[in-house]
Ligand binder design. Structure first.
Ligand code: TZP
Ligand code: MG
Length: 225
């Protein structure tokens, strides 16, 4: 299996800490996604995923332009820029990685397109899905939804922190990030269950203070700067 090197795995694990996911539809009206991202970085996020998805989302040139702007901000600050689903976009932009779900291309095929150095994340909902993704060469797994989420209409039933615990009990040591309904109040439970970090949309994008929310999540996740 072709996976990132051990040295890179440390970087991936650290990047999972506070992993912001965002597309244009997650951003409140009147706010520039670039400004929101900058503020989240000031607050301490460690990774960013561009997820342009769902009704009202951008396509074509507008999607490409926004992706480039957000990637530039990430580069300025040394934050990994991961693209959700759109492998071609990731290749064109030379993104740091991609994140895919169970219905997307298998990681092994993605690896052939995106290159040996890129980070591949896969969403998994069962131990079997996790093992398959790892066998295919995934570098980290997204586990969830942990708690109920308002950000993904087709999300599966929330399963709490159980799968995280099961995966660690099964001896799986790869970087894991929890997702779904995670907030500064419940983030420490996700870490305690075995996650290396927390990924969030609304806890940051809809927060009264994006900076404070990111900082609180970083504290709860035990991020050491
Ligand atoms: N996958 C599982 S839950 C989810 C995704 C993309 C949405 C997470 O959004 P929020 O607002 O952090 O619950
Ligand atoms: Mg997908």
């Amino acid at each position: 299996v072709r996976r990132v090197s051990d040295r890179q795995e440390d970087g991936v694990r650290r990047a999972m800490g506070v992993y912001l996911i965002m597309g244009s539809t997650n951003v409140p009206a009147g706010i520039d996604p670039e400004d929101l991202l900058r503020e989240a970085i000031e607050g301490g996020i460690t990774c960013f995923q561009f997820r342009e998805k769902g009704s009202g989302s951008l396509a074509g040139e507008a999607k490409l332009e926004l992706a480039k702007r957000l990637q530039a901000v990430c580069r300025e600050h040394g934050i990994p820029f991961i693209v959700n689903d759109d492998i071609s976009l990731a290749v064109v932009l030379k993104a740091d990685g991609v994140h895919v779900g169970q219905d997307d291309e298998p990681a092994a095929e993605i690896r052939a397109r995106i290159g040996a150095e890129a980070i591949i994340g896969v969403s998994a909902h069962t131990v079997a899905e996790a093992r398959k993704a790892l066998a295919d060469g995934a570098d980290y797994l997204g586990i969830g939804p942990i708690y109920p989420t308002g950000s993904k209409p087709d999300a599966k039933v929330p399963q709490g922190t159980r799968l995280l615990e099961e995966l660690r009990d099964a001896g799986i040591t790869v970087p894991l990030v929890g997702i779904g309904g995670i907030t500064p109040d419940n983030a420490s439970a996700v870490i305690a269950a075995g996650a290396d970090g927390v990924s969030v949309i609304s806890a940051i994008t809809l927060a009264p203070s994006v900076r404070d929310a990111a900082r609180q999540l970083a504290d709860a996740a035990g991020i050491v700067k």
